[in-house]
Write a protein that binds this ligand. Structure first.
Ligand code: NAD
Ligand code: MG
Length: 383
């Protein structure tokens, strides 16, 4: 019986994880559950799963039920709980970093949806995993696809959390988001409602905005680099509007493998829990090729979506730059969602933070978090 700590139990991935685990009660149980502020949603999950540990990060000043943890520390306590074997990190944003590090320090497997962890702290995560024997298995659908295409070629020495051999190229697919066919001028005036209207995936609000700006794809390119140790020059992004092929790997002999399925996070969540094995599961939505007669591909329009290149450049630069990119993006998205910044200003905000913090240090957790905070302040002050 595998004990899971589900961090972010009330979110989109958190709910998917509850559906997946409900189908395999003989194999998995939730040993710890956390949420940010959704107390009712968390209480419902607790009544259903009876975990050994419960944490609500933001209790909003109200008294909590007996035994519940609170504050950011509850993520760390859940991640390190003795009944927990796998930490499913489904928190959104930089708030997920310390829980990943805590889980790895305790030698546990992290099933990682929280891609921001790897963008901010790639080197820290790698050090913690190497020093204590923990591992990171991606939940992100593109990286789950890469991992599945790489079957049998992961492991051994080399760069990355899951070092790979014999890769010529990663081809990461992107849906293109709601503005895929819009001209630049129309994107300049896009509203929040339009940015939240994703064509193929139902997800939390932050990642949905990231998908419209292509910030999500930038985070994913960095995530792929950190996970598999493949250099940025060998990672390409292609637009694939149907979201059926979740990514591809080209090997040294020119062979290309793709992983396919309908757009659903059920399989990536399940696979991160069972890797390297597979578990029979009739609840994962089935793929019928006849229902998808056309799979198409287009180049990214970098001129209309500059956020992608900004993120990849920050990844290549390394140091604090990826953390600055991520924090500036998080702060800009929060402002887009509260109505104080136009969607089209996201890349402007990121560019400004990257320029002003070009010399920021990023060699340990404290300097990375300082760069993160400075980037947020810069975006906050933007008119
Ligand atoms: P969501 O907004 O639906 O849920 C986020 C969860 O995290 C909630 O349970 C919330 O309570 C918790 N949370 C938010 N802020 C927190 C904080 N400061 N401290 C602790 N907990 C906090 O988001 P989501 O769509 O489920 O995405 C979660 C993560 O998974 C993100 O990193 C996202 O990029 C990644 N991801 C999501 C999808 C998807 O289909 N939704 C796909 C791939 C990757
Ligand atoms: Mg993804």
């Amino acid at each position: 019986m595998i004990g899971i700590a589900l961090l972010g139990a009330t979110g989109s991935i958190g709910e998917t994880a509850q559906r997946v685990v409900a189908r395999h009660p003989e194999r998995f149980r939730f040993a710890a559950l956390t949420a940010n502020g959704n107390r009712d949603g968390l209480a419902e999950a607790v009544a259903r799963w009876a975990p050994a540990y419960v944490g609500l990060v933001d209790a909003k000043g109200a008294a909590l039920p007996q035994g519940w943890g609170s504050g950011a520390q509850c993520l760390v306590d859940a991640a390190q709980h003795p009944d927990v074997h796998v930490v499913l990190n489904a928190v959104v944003g930089a708030a997920g970093l310390d829980a990943t590090l805590a889980a790895l320090t305790a030698g546990k497997r992290v099933a990682l949806a929280n891609k921001e962890t790897l963008v901010i702290g790639g080197a820290l995560v790698q050090r913690a995993a190497r020093a204590h024997g923990g591992s990171v298995i991606p939940v992100d659908s593109e990286h789950s696809a890469l991992l599945q295409c790489l079957a049998g070629r992961v492991g051994g020495s080399g760069e990355g959390l899951l070092p790979v051999q014999g890769v010529k190229r990663f081809i990461i697919t992107a849906s293109g988001g709601p503005f895929r066919t819009w001209d630049a001028e129309r994107v300049q005036n896009a509203s929040i409602a339009e940015a939240l209207n994703h064509p193929t995936w139902a997800m939390g609000r932050k990642i949905t905005i990231d998908s419209a700006s292509l910030a999500n794809k930038a985070l994913e390119v960095i995530e792929a680099h950190v996970l598999f140790g493949v250099p940025y020059e060998k990672i390409e992004v292609v637009v694939h509007p149907q979201s059926i092929i979740h990514s591809m790997v080209e090997f040294e002999d020119g062979s290309v493998l793709a992983q396919m399925g309908v757009p659903s996070m059920e399989l990536p969540v399940l696979y991160a829990l069972t890797y390297p094995e597979r578990l029979e599961d009739d609840g994962v939505p089935r793929f019928d090729p006849v229902k998808h007669p056309a799979l198409t591909f287009e180049p990214v329009r970098h001129d209309v979506f500059p956020t992608l290149s900004l993120g990849i450049a920050a990844g290549k630069q390394g140091g604090a730059a990826p953390a600055v990119f991520n924090a500036a993006n998080e702060a800009a998205v929060a402002r887009v969602l509260d109505g104080s910044l136009m969607f089209a200003r996201i890349p402007v905000a990121i560019e400004r933070a990257l320029a002003q913090l070009a010399g920021a240090r990023g060699d340990d957790r404290d300097s990375l978090l300082a760069a993160d905070a400075a980037a947020r302040r810069i975006v906050q002050e933007l008119a």
